[in-house]
Design a protein around this ligand. Structure first.
Ligand SMILES: C[S@@+](CC[C@H](N)C(=O)[O-])C[C@H]1O[C@@H](n2cnc3c(N)ncnc32)[C@H](O)[C@@H]1O
Length: 291
């Protein structure tokens, strides 16, 4: 199996469908449609009367999922940011699923600029109608602003050295590609864990450009009002910044008497799943039920 094929397997699929408690005739929202793997599994459990709403901020993802799920009549596709869920919905639903981050489709396309393994333009926008790209940040933001992004969203301990090296590098000519940026990062740091630092810097840029943490906070705060009593929310996150937000918001909803926690500790993928799908390694799943 190629590395790319690994990416296309939906993470924690059985666990997320079980915890969503997918039942015939129910209505569910997949807020992160991506390649449509989770949505397809929800659709299988729904019967003919159920409904799925599939949301993605990436128009290419919506188009790909439409093709994959063409045989299903009971799914509607919405190109939007999930932070707008409350405005998108006309009535309450029985389940909300979030499988955060970038999809395999986005990573596999070098032209999107998400991959550290393939050279591409410094883009990193999930929604291609956004104006701000990684290239603008890397070439135009001040050194201090770069340090802040790398530290806050990448938790990178060599943020200062890396920001300085970028400012020195761009003085000669603009930094335009992912490999140019990768090389600058690798040369700037004294450690053998260069790959991890590159990943963290790319992660920080992605989170900043797509305002991922703000969207997640808004969605989680609104979710309680979007779900029927007994409705479920399932969130799969891939790094500690996201998981912390999910954990804290769920705990606050429980303290307010609005939610029961279905996962006291986050669920992790089994060794078996990780060996067939390395992306599952960092996945953490938390779920809650509305009272
Ligand atoms: C990990 S993938 C989902 C994969 C999907 N579960 C599957 O089975 O194929 C995450 C998707 O969520 C989308 N996404 C990320 N943040 C979003 C947001 N704030 N609003 C809407 N979609 C978002 C990305 O564009 C990406 O397609």
């Amino acid at each position: 199996m190629s590395d790319n094929a690994y990416h296309h397997i939906p993470v924690l699929l059985k666990e997320s469908i079980d915890l969503l408690n997918v039942k015939e005739g129910g209505t569910y929202v997949d807020c992160t449609l991506g390649g449509g793997g989770h949505a397809e599994a929800i659709l299988k459990g729904l019967g003919v009367r159920g409904q799925v709403l599939g949301i993605d901020t990436d128009l290419e993802a919506i188009e790909a999922a439409k093709k994959r799920l063409a045989a299903h009549k009971n799914i509607k596709f919405v190109h939007d940011n999930f932070k707008n869920l409350k405005k998108i919905l006309t009535e309450k639903v029985d389940g909300i699923l979030l499988d955060l981050g970038v999809s395999s489709y986005q990573i596999d396309q070098a032209s999107r600029g998400f991959s550290i393994r393939e050279d591409g333009p410094l883009d990193m926008r999930m929604d291609q109608s956004l104006a701000l790209t990684a290239e603008t940040i890397i070439n135009q933001f001040g050194q201090e602003e770069l340090v802040k992004i790398f530290s806050e969203y990448g938790e990178e301990r060599f943020s200062k050295r890396i920001a300085k090296a970028i400012v020195v590098g761009r003085a000669t000519s603009n930094i335009k590609t992912t490999f140019q940026l990768k090389e600058i990062i690798e040369k700037a740091i004294p450690t053998w864990k260069k790959r991890e630092s590159v990943s963290r810097i790319f992660q920080s840029l992605r989170i900043f450009i797509n305002q991922e943490l703000d969207s997640l906070k808004t969605l989680l705060n609104d979710a309680v009002d979007c779900l029927n009593p007994g409705g479920r929310i399932v969130v799969i996150s891939y790094h500690s910044l996201e998981d912390r937000i999910v954990k804290q918001t769920f705990r606050a909803a429980k303290a307010d008497g609005k939610m029961n926690l279905l996962t006291k500790k986050p669920l992790r993928a089994t060794e078996d799943e990780i060996s067939s799908n390395p992306r599952a390694k960092s996945a953490k799943l938390r779920a809650g039920e509305i009272i």
